[in-house]
Design a protein around this ligand. Structure first.
Ligand code: UDP
Length: 364
């Protein structure tokens, strides 16, 4: 029996790890020890995903959150290292680009434990983003680089990574979306609770530091969504970081009624809200892709995106939050648009491919 320690801590990682955990359990010969760093800790940012995606509770809860990036990552590094010393796994599995990703990978590599990075090779080419730093460093020290797209693979090759470390498997988020998307009807759920009609609203999410920590950009986002809400109801599940900033600025109380701010929703509600929206406006990586999985047009509230295939194929357009009228025009223009028929994220079997490869290489 070979042991894999999975280190996760943020919302999108619970969703990605859920499907891989099931594949590990189904594989035989592999045992998974789940370490939750505590980066996201609210029930609606963490527990709900374990429950909805049928995941076992984490074996280790490190309860590390808040503080500056360095302090948070440093505490995680020390705590994960201790778990790795105790468990002595055969491999460590990390996801995406958060501080938990970097801490898990770094703790492992210093103990000479091989690291598997799921969602390797993504690049925004914007080193001001904490995510870009985390993903580049993690790729550099990982043995298995599981890439979701051809573009990700090309980035790694261009950086001089050995081709044999690069493993194109597709995107695990596509696996999850296929499974749950098929079940997300227009009845009940969040639509009923919020009184929304299928096809009669836009869905927004905003959480990136580049938007929340820049008052001018956040003001543009709020103004643009308010303009959109004048003609189409907008539902906006607010990330705790964004809520905190808007609350402190006194903006929350001033929003138009048609811009519906709600608490973060669970994954099943989110899938339903995405699938039946007429437009998605977001700065989230995962939500950009999920809009596409459900063939809903998306506007990305950023200067660049890692998921360039979606812009190239016409499903997504970039609207950097610099000027409210321009962003609002982009939002209006996207409604009713469709992109080309493309399939850049694999076959929906990324999780099985990842686990099969790990099992093989570990001799499980
Ligand atoms: N998500 C969710 N509820 C919400 C907002 C997002 O379940 O209220 C899900 C979404 O469906 C996607 C993931 O969280 O699967 C995206 O996470 P997030 O936007 O926090 O991070 P990113 O993808 O930008 O790394």
């Amino acid at each position: 029996m070979k042991t894999i320690v999975t280190v996760i801590g943020a919302r999108p990682q619970f969703i990605k790890a859920g499907v891989v955990s099931h594949a590990i359990a189904a594989q035989g010969g592999l045992r998974e020890v789940l370490v939750h760093t505590g980066q996201h800790f609210d029930a609606n940012m963490s527990d709900v995903f374990f429950a909805e995606l049928g995941m076992a509770p984490p074996t280790h809860q490190l309860a590390i959150h808040g503080g500056r990036h360095g302090a948070m990552t440093g505490q995680m590094l020390a705590a994960v290292e201790q778990v790795l010393v105790d468990v002595a796994p055969d491999a460590v599995l990390v996801y995406g680009d958060t501080n938990s990703t970097l801490a898990g990978a770094l703790a492992a590599v210093k103990l000479h434990i091989p690291v598997a990075h799921v969602e390797a090779g993504l690049r925004s080419f914007n080193m001001a983003m904490p995510e870009e730093v985390n993903r580049i460093l993690t790729d550099r020290i990982s043995r298995w680089l599981f890439t979701p797209t051809d573009t990700a693979r090309e980035h790694l090759l261009r950086e001089g990574v050995d081709a044999e470390r690069i493993l194109p498997v597709g995107d695990v988020m596509y696996d999850v979306a296929l499974h749950h998307g098929a079940r997300a009807g227009a009845q009940g759920g969040a639509l009923a609770r919020l009184g929304l009609a299928a096809g009669g609203y836009a869905l927004a999410t905003v959480h990136r530091a580049e938007n929340t920590d820049d008052p001018a950009r956040l003001a543009v986002v709020v103004a643009a969504l308010s303009l959109l809400a004048a003609t189409l109801p907008v539902v906006w599940p607010l990330h705790p970081r964004t809520r905190g900033v808007l609350q402190a600025q006194g903006v929350l109380a001033t929003l138009p009624a048609a811009l519906r701010v709600v608490e973060p929703v669970g994954y099943l509600d989110m899938v339903q809200l995405e699938k039946h929206a007429s437009l998605v406006a977001t700065d989230s990586g995962g939500v950009q892709k999920e809009a596409f999985f459900h063939r809903v047009p998306c506007v990305t509230l950023r200067d660049e995106t890692e998921w360039v295939e979606l812009v190239d194929s016409g499903w997504n357009r970039l609207a950097p939050p610099r000027d409210a009228a321009t962003v609002a025009a982009a939002l209006h223009a996207a409604i009713g648009s469709r992109g080309r028929d493309v399939q850049p994220y694999g076959e929906g079997d990324a999780a099985q491919r990842i686990v099969a490869r790990l099992a093989d290489d570990l001799g499980a």
